[in-house]
Design a protein around this ligand. Structure first.
Ligand code: IMP
Length: 192
């Protein structure tokens, strides 16, 4: 099974359809089809490092399905808030959301932030997950802009862009995003 899938089909454990769509398009550029395994609810540990979170989720997902598996974890790191929410992005989005973050950033002139993504891959052929990182610098906008995408997309404007992720199509976001970069790294490895 592992040999059959290698380089051709990636099994992505996620229930986030936006993430899946972004990843699917990137991987298809490399001739890799993506299947969404949405019922593997990989347990998310708490850790200060999103790479450790991604690795632990890959191991947990692998234990459940025993198939070559891909997971991805991302976080928004705001410089003036000591990199908050970072590894707690999911909790912060569910609780205070974009409005809460904008409130915390009220009257803060330094709006620099970055988005990080870690893709972790684990298969029966390897013993520890292999990780691929992607990072994009940008800024937190003063207000929510755009209806596209998900999560913090409407408040994050990548450097050298006049649009937030929320104002971009998936194709535009995939030209420069943190996730596009980590999945491109994975694609090269998976094809090779
Ligand atoms: P996770 O990788 O799904 O754990 O993401 C953590 C949090 O960051 C979630 O609340 C997501 O909505 C948010 N998030 C992850 N990736 C993105 C992105 O590309 N754009 C906007 N928000 C994101």
């Amino acid at each position: 099974m592992t040999r059959l899938l290698k380089g051709r089909i990636a099994l992505l454990a996620t229930s986030n359809v936006h993430k899946f769509n972004e990843a699917r398009r990137i991987l298809s550029e490399h001739g890799i089809a993506t299947a969404m395994l949405k019922n593997i609810r990989a347990v998310e540990i708490q850790d200060d490092d999103i790479e450790n979170i991604a690795k632990a989720r890959a191991m947990n997902a692998f234990e459940k399905c025993r198939l070559p598996i891909v997971v991805e974890d991302a976080g928004l790191f705001i410089r003036k808030l000591a990199n908050f929410p970072g590894p707690y992005s999911s909790y912060v989005y569910r609780t205070i959301g974009n409005d809460g973050l904008l409130k915390l950033m009220e009257n803060v002139p330094d709006r620099r932030a970055c988005f990080r993504s870690v893709v972790a891959f684990l298969s029966p052929m390897i013993h520890t997950p292999i990780c691929f990182n992607g990072e994009v610098e940008g800024r937190i906008t003063e207000e929510k802009l755009g209806q596209q995408g998900f999560g913090f997309d409407p408040i994050f404007e990548p450097s050298h862009s006049s649009k937030t992720y929320g104002q971009m199509t998936v194709e535009e976001k995939n030209q420069l995003s943190h996730r596009a970069s980590s999945f491109r790294g994975f694609a090269k490895f998976y094809k090779g």
